[in-house]
Design a protein around this ligand. Structure first.
Ligand code: SF4
Length: 325
């Protein structure tokens, strides 16, 4: 048996077998990642798609995805690459990433699509290469990572978006196969170490009650009331046949969460959104889909009152990495 201590599952892996994530393995009595550098998805995405609304609005990122996941979400939108290792991949070594980013006219790399933290060694190495080239790194994760590897990883990220899928320990255990406590702990570490945004996919009847939305927003606000919260609409996929979330539900949840947090955004619905200045309430950035209008900004400040806008910018030095005001 080989013990893997990367995530809270703490798998004990028999010879020639894999852990719960399907990608970390016991190879000749050693814990290994045979899927190292096997990339399942490679696209240039707007940063708004991650979503990270308070990091360099309008930036383009080279988005890299792998295989496997340490959760079993029955509503996974990327189940072909997260719940199976049979999808096609290409080999892409970390040292090749900066050149591809520059070629694409992008500002950095997003580790995303599947659960990237189970490819910890790759992301650590890639993040260094990307930083060495003067580019940025962001992470999109379920936050199910143990504290020691989490601390090391988070210090290499300009921004992280954590999926907080519910505020019910039972939902995490029974539906997702994970631990809410572990995710809460990861969020606490991320709030201390980097720029943090949180996303909750609202699933009708599962996690969208007024009480649960309020509990999620209140928990996030406990770290900082200016942490952005994204409330997204669910659509039936994979094993879930629950009906899609309505726009009314998303708006109701936004109004509840806004009682705790300054920046609450809606997603996966045909909605316009904006970020307003904390100083004078003028519109700084207006968003429609993934297109961004930055007319309310003058440089990094509000065009109306000159207050610092609540955004982190790639390549900016000497700024609190949280990007928060
Ligand atoms: S990373 Fe994979 S192998 Fe390691 S403990 Fe988590 S699920 Fe198990």
């Amino acid at each position: 048996m080989v013990a893997c201590t990367l995530c809270p599952h703490l798998c004990r892996i028999p010879p020639s077998e894999v852990g719960i994530c399907k990608v970390r393995a016991n190879v000749d009595g050693r814990a290994a990642l045979p899927h190292y550098a096997k990339v399942s998805g490679l696209n240039v995405d707007p940063i708004e798609k991650k979503p990270l609304y308070h990091v360099h609005p309008g930036a383009r990122l080279l988005s890299v995805g792998f295989l496997g996941c340490n959760f079993r979400c029955p509503f996974c939108q990327n189940y072909a690459i997260s719940q199976s290792t049979l999808a096609q991949t290409r080999t892409l070594h970390p040292h090749d990433l900066p050149g591809l980013v520059t070629q694409a006219g992008a500002q950095g790399v997003a580790y995303t699509y599947n659960e990237p933290t189970i490819h910890w060694e790759y992301v650590m190495e890639a993040a260094d290469r990307v930083h060495d080239a003067g580019l940025g790194n962001v992470l999109v994760t379920n936050g199910h990572l143990n504290p020691h590897p989490a601390r090391e990883l988070l210090t290499k990220m300009e921004g992280v978006n954590v999926d907080l899928k519910s505020f019910s320990p039972g939902f995490y255990e029974q539906e997702l196969g994970g631990s809410l406590d572990a995710v809460r702990q990861f969020i606490a570490l991320a709030a201390e170490r980097t720029h943090l945004e949180v996303t909750t996919l609202l699933i009708p009847g599962r996690n969208d009650s007024d009480e649960e939305v309020s509990a999620i927003a209140s928990f996030v606000a406990g770290f900082d009331s200016s942490i952005p919260l994204h409330l997204s609409a669910y659509h039936p996929t994979y094993r879930y046949e629950v009906e899609a979330t309505t726009m009314q539900t998303v708006h109701r949840a936004r109004d509840i969460a806004s009682q705790h947090l300054r920046y609450v955004y809606t997603g996966n619905i045909a909605d316009e959104g904006e970020t307003r200045c904390a100083g004078c309430d003028a519109t700084l950035v207006r968003r429609r889909g993934y297109s961004v209008d930055r007319a309310g900004l003058r440089g990094h400040t509000c065009a109306s009152c000159g207050a610092r806008a609540p955004f982190l910018w790639f390549g900016e030095s000497g700024r609190d990495r949280s990007g928060r005001a």
